[in-house]
Design a binder for this molecule. Structure first.
Ligand SMILES: [Zn+2]
Ligand SMILES: [Zn+2]
Length: 287
C-alpha cells in the first residue's frame, strides 16, 4: 500500500464527518438533511475503522488475506476492532448493536423508501456522532479541532444534550408508572420498552407482546422465530406438502428455541431407530 492511500483513509473520514456535521446542523424541519447526515457519518465511521485497523497492520483492512483487492465490510471491521487479539478496543455489546443499527439504517436509506421519523434519525445521528468523537480522540489520537470546528461542536452537543434530556424524561416517566417493567427496546436498544404499554417511551417504537406458542413465555412479537422449516416437508408438483409437524407450533422464542430444536432431533432419531427395527423385523420374518 502506498503513502497516498494511507493518508486518504483518515482524511476522507474527516471530510465525510465534516460533511455530516454540516448537514446535521441545518436548521430545518425537513427530514432529508438528516438522511444525508446519517449517510455521511456512517461513511466517516467506516473509514475511521479501517484507518484504526491499518495502524495495527495494513493487512487488516482487507476482508481476507487471500483477497487483498476486497476491503472488509463494516461488520467485520467492528469485529476485528473488538477482538482482543487485534484491536482490543472497549466497545460494549450495547454500543456494538447501536453501531450495527446505524449500518442497517444506512442501507435502508440507500436502498429503500425512507420511512423513519425525524426524531428517530436525529437520535441515531446523535449516537454515532458521540461515538465518533470518542473514536477520533481516543483511538486515532486526534484533537477535536482536527475534525470539527468549535462552533459546530457546540451546536451538535446541544443536539446530543437533547437526547440526554429525552432519556431523562423517559426514565422519569417509567418511574412514575405503576407497572414499570421495562425490556430492551428492539428499535433503539435502550432499556425503555414499557411492557404494560407495549411501547418504548424513548423512541416510541410500538410492538405487541405475545405469548410464545411453544413455551407460553411472554415475548416481543419480533423475537419469535419461525420454526416451520424444522418440520418434515415434501415437494410435490410445485408446492410444499407438510408430512409431519412433530406436534410443534409454528414459532418459538429465543428462550425455548434450542430446547425445541433438540426435541425435534430426539424425535427424528427415535423414529429412525424405530424404522430400522421394523425393517430388521420384516427382513427376519421374510428371510
Ligand atoms: Zn426504543
Ligand atoms: Zn418459548
Amino acid at each position: 500500500m502506498n503513502k497516498t492511500h494511507r493518508l486518504d483513509l483518515l482524511n476522507n473520514s474527516i471530510s465525510y464527518f465534516r460533511e455530516a456535521v454540516s448537514y446535521a446542523q441545518q436548521d430545518s424541519a425537513e427530514t432529508n438533511h438528516w438522511k444525508f447526515a446519517i449517510l455521511h457519518v456512517v461513511q466517516a465511521m467506516e473509514l475511521a475503522f479501517k484507518e484504526r485497523l491499518r495502524r495495527i497492520h495494513p493487512v487488516f483492512i482487507y476482508e481476507s488475506v487471500d483477497k487483498p483487492d476486497k476491503t472488509l465490510s463494516l461488520r467485520s471491521a467492528l469485529n476485528r476492532l473488538r477482538n482482543p487479539q487485534i484491536g482490543n478496543i472497549p466497545i460494549t455489546d450495547v454500543e456494538k448493536s447501536k453501531i450495527e443499527k446505524a449500518f442497517d439504517l444506512r442501507s435502508e436509506l440507500t436502498h429503500f423508501e425512507f420511512n423513519h421519523s425525524h426524531d428517530h434519525i436525529e437520535l441515531k445521528f446523535a449516537e454515532i456522532f458521540s461515538f465518533m468523537i470518542f473514536f477520533y480522540r481516543s483511538q486515532l489520537g486526534l484533537e477535536t479541532t482536527a475534525f470539527i470546528d468549535e462552533e459546530q461542536h457546540n451546536k451538535i452537543i446541544k443536539l446530543v444534550k437533547t437526547r440526554t434530556e429525552l432519556m431523562e424524561r423517559a426514565k422519569a416517566y417509567i418511574a412514575s408508572r405503576e407497572d414499570s417493567t421495562v425490556w430492551m427496546c428492539p428499535s433503539c436498544q435502550e432499556d425503555t420498552f414499557l411492557t404494560s404499554e407495549e411501547q418504548c417511551c424513548f423512541c416510541h417504537h410500538k410492538e405487541g407482546i405475545v405469548e410464545c406458542p411453544t413455551c407460553g413465555g411472554e415475548n416481543l412479537e419480533s423475537d419469535l422465530i419461525d420454526i416451520s422449516d424444522l418440520y418434515d416437508w415434501d415437494y410435490d408438483e410445485g408446492r410444499m406438502v407438510l408430512i409431519e409437524n412433530f406436534g410443534l407450533e409454528e414459532s418459538a422464542c429465543p428462550d425455548c428455541i434450542s430446547e425445541t430444536t433438540q426435541k425435534i432431533e430426539d424425535i427424528r432419531r427415535s423414529q429412525y431407530d424405530e424404522d430400522r427395527a421394523m425393517e430388521e423385523y420384516y427382513a427376519r420374518k421374510s428371510g
